[in-house]
Design a protein around this ligand. Sequence first.
Ligand code: GSH
Length: 208
Amino acid sequence: MKLYYDTGTCSLSPHIVALEAGIALDIERVDISRKPHVTGSGHDFTKVNPNGYVPVLELDDGSLLTEGSAIVQYLADLKPEAKLAPAAGTRERYLLQSWLNFVASELHKMYSPWLFHPEYGAQAQEVARGKIAERLAYVENHLEGSGSYLLGETFTAADAYLFTIVGWSAFAKVDLSAFPRLRAYMDRISARPKVREAMRAEGMKLAA
Ligand SMILES: N[C@@H](CCC(=O)N[C@@H](CS)C(=O)NCC(=O)O)C(=O)O
């Protein structure tokens, strides 16, 4: 299996899930800052994903799976014993999907494009930061009752995704000082050996 990724982007989430699950994964970088997008091996990335974005998972039979929320569930279901996703059909699985969708639509797409494209201007960025702060307050409140992770004491695919997106905060100038539980959650996840391994493999800077 191969994951098309770019360093520190949302594709870090499936990368973490694969390593946490013990799944051997080839990775190929796509420099999404360069247009047209070209894969590390020199191929036109739009042939892989016509939408031009990572992550994309290429399965061993050559078929392709896109959309991070689907990819992490696919990977998690390959190794149920790793408990990265509750069993399909259970109420807990719907809670996982609820969080994945929350992160995708309420956070991921609020940080990006607004905070990564200066051409939107300072006013749009401040509106986005305000909306993100509201959503992070909701997460902060949830973490008060949930335990160490979003679904309780077990790290799941939803945590890999939330960690990845909230990890953009310093770059995007999103202030986390009002969210002590969220900051402790980020520290807890960034200390996980497989999370560090994924970040190192992508060439990211690790906290001491
Ligand atoms: N809907 C997609 C969005 C993925 C996405 O936004 N990927 C960004 C990196 S975080 C990207 O590759 N952007 C490059 C582009 O759109 O050209 C998903 O949830 O997987």
